[in-house]
Design a protein around this ligand. Sequence first.
Ligand code: DGL
Length: 272
Amino acid sequence: MIGFFDSGFGGLTVLKRVVQKLPEYNYLYLGDNARAPYGGRSQETVYEYTIQAANFLFKKGCRLVIIACNTVSSGALRRIQQEFLPVAYPDRKVIGVIRPSAEELVDGGCRKIGILATEGVVKSKIYTEEFEKLDPSARIFYQACPLLVPIIEAGKQDEEHSDVVVSEYLDSLFAQEVEIDTILLSCTHYPILYKAFRRHTPPHVKIITQGPIIADKLRDYLARHPETEERLSREGTRAFFFTDFSERFNRLASVFYGEPIQSMPATLGSSD
Ligand code: DGL
């Protein structure tokens, strides 16, 4: 089984693209929406929450976990790979969304890149680090968008004020560098506001979302790692776990995933 983890609903935008490309595998999604957003939390807290999530997903039988969240990928992935996995689950793998996204942009010849992300990702400067390894001549400009995840998790993406907020964040980004050629929506929630981003961005500027990138990169990863791929179950099942339910839950989940989903409750914590 392949596990997906996000702070809430955002990772569903990635899972949706992955199952379109690789439908044969079994997938288990975990959204910690009770504690979302993670974007303003400390790296230590994000790391603790991620260990709980990883324990949950591995105990359910996942061999491979995709951290479908930039905030978690920037704040916890390296420690999970270097400190937690070797001790707790040496035969399992956890991969994130930052490195694959940076690789894709470098391969696509992007030069002046605007990164729209949560405060946690912006503070970490993780994209600068990755681009320095891949193409030090690429220039990176960050804009934190702290209001967007709460707006999206509240299901208010279609309201007029969300359009205003998007346009203000874009103005601040372009005020840093007017010749930005590519914008990466570096938060898995933001594709829900894609149309608003497009409306307020000059037409020659590319806007990239991460779902299609992760789907391609996962296919390549599995081809390069047959020892993991051979152990994945393939009945085409999908299971969705969330840490909180509310009235708007089903509507929101289907907005992100594109079809109705049957969800189950998850409890994360020391007794996982
Ligand atoms: N979807 C997450 C990301 O990609 C962020 C959500 C949050 O702030 O919880 O960064």
